[in-house]
Design a protein around this ligand. Structure first.
Ligand code: AMP
Length: 139
């Protein structure tokens, strides 16, 4: 009750010898970097929100993604209210698919795990990205 909900995809792509993660820099303070995600609207489930927000914020269609079964939720407070952001891990099948930003972000980058953790400066997001990397390395 009273919890703010968001959902999105941790999107990765495979280049010849590396795995890269898509991070996007918010156009609002503190200008932090996260995967594409946004508010769960009334009547939507988390997956529907993740698909809609990823299209809106990154221009990427769900049909261009291959979903894994890794998912994790981050819980933090925004202006004193609890928020949960649910992430699903998915691969961008064609690594050359363009990213198209909306006004909600000022930049994006494809980053290997170490650089992704440097950009995503919240500890729980860094942990999530490392767990994604471990999952990808395992399968
Ligand atoms: P967001 O949920 O990304 O829209 O961010 C809303 C607010 O929550 C911003 O002020 C961020 O600084 C903060 N925030 C975003 N992600 C995290 C996180 N993983 N841990 C703690 N605070 C966060």
């Amino acid at each position: 009750m009273g919890e703010i909900r968001a959902a999105g995809f941790v999107i990765f792509r495979r280049l010849s010898n590396q795995i890269q993660y898509l991070l996007m820099q918010a156009s609002y303070e503190p200008f932090h970097w996260t995967p594409p995600k946004g508010h769960v609207e009334e009547g939507e489930d988390n997956m529907e929100t993740a698909k809609r927000e990823t299209k809106e914020e990154a221009g990427i269609d769900f049909k261009d993604l291959k979903l894994t079964d890794f998912t994790k939720s981050l819980r933090y407070e925004v202006k004193g209210k609890p928020k949960v952001s649910v992430y699903f891990l998915a691969e961008l099948v064609n690594p050359d698919t363009p990213v198209i930003l909306s006004h909600e972000h000022k930049a994006f980058d494809w980053l290997q795990i170490d650089d992704a953790c440097k950009s995503a400066n919240f500890a729980d997001m860094q942990e999530l990205l490392k767990e994604c990397q471990a999952y990808i390395d395992k399968v």
